[in-house]
Design a protein around this ligand. Structure first.
Ligand SMILES: Nc1ncnc2c1ncn2[C@@H]1O[C@H](COP(=O)(O)OP(=O)(O)OP(=O)(O)O)[C@@H](O)[C@H]1O
Ligand SMILES: [Mg+2]
Length: 239
């Protein structure tokens, strides 16, 4: 074991992303982003529509590759990794919660929660099922474990998506407008769950939100405007 300090969950160094909008036309959407996220930090990513938030989350989630710069996940540089290594690193370290939950309608709720672990090659053991059920219990949906996602409300489905994102206890959870299509009450519930798991499991959370009220409930708010980070502030603790 080395005495080196634990690396940040995430470190971005001059990260750039261009999209090909024609040949040879390229348009740069992220213009050299520097950013660090510490373990357990609960951070809101805010900014106007089209500023590059989803693009940035896709890069951080290793779903897309930067045009330039480097992205360190748990201290590991990721630019040069091949697809297999990226998939393995993603599966082992990142949980995703999207605006539209992407649950698999053909499977039951419990199977949806188990999916990320099974996709990574985990065996469907009793212990794994127990953990999935515990998570469903925690999001208030244990009684719905055998149902199909379509039988649940939007807010309930989003809670299933959170349980799914947390099954493997990832050190980083990425959420892109997880409450965007929910009413205020369900949005509050979903957000409270993210916060609770952040405290219980110590996972860092980076959540895109357009809702200033929800952003104020994070530890830190970073502001992306026109592909540049223009603000980064801590939120004062509410008593
Ligand atoms: N696949 C793509 N090809 C070309 N341009 C793209 C692509 N994806 C996004 N863009 C452009 O990149 C910019 C940033 O888009 P992005 O989706 O990251 O914004 P956003 O901040 O998530 O916006 P919103 O708040 O509306 O979700 C926009 O100008 C968008 O048109
Ligand atoms: Mg977006």
């Amino acid at each position: 074991m080395s005495d080196a300090p634990t690396p940040d969950v995430l470190r971005l160094q001059q990260l750039r992303k261009s999209y090909q909008v024609g040949t040879p036309l390229q348009t740069e959407v992220l213009h050299g982003i520097d950013f660090r996220l510490q373990r357990g930090e609960f951070t809101a990513l805010v900014g106007p529509s089209g500023s590059g938030k989803t693009t940035l989350l896709n890069l951080i989630g290793l779903l897309d590759t930067p045009t330039d710069g480097e992205l360190f996940l748990l201290g590991r540089p990721t630019r040069a990794l091949d697809d297999t290594a990226r998939t393995a690193l993603r599966g082992g370290s990142i949980g995703f919660v999207f605006q539209f939950h992407h649950l698999i309608q053909a499977f039951g709720v419990l199977d949806n929660v188990l999916m990320p672990a099974l996709v990574q090659g985990a065996r469907r053991t009793r212990e794994l099922e127990r953990r999935a059920l515990d998570l469903l219990q925690a999001v208030g949906l244990a009684a719905h474990a055998g149902k199909r996602p379509a039988e649940l409300s939007g807010g309930q489905q989003q809670r299933v998506a959170i349980a799914r994102a947390l099954l493997t206890r990832p050190p980083l959870v990425l959420a892109d407008e997880p409450t965007g299509n929910l009413d205020t009450h369900s949005a509050d519930d979903v957000f409270a769950l993210l916060r609770r798991f952040n405290r219980e499991f110590g996972c860092a959370v980076l959540v895109v939100t357009h809702d200033p009220r929800l952003a104020q409930r994070c530890d830190r708010i970073v502001d992306l405007v026109d592909g540049r980070l223009v603000g980064d502030r801590r939120v004062a603790e509410t008593p």
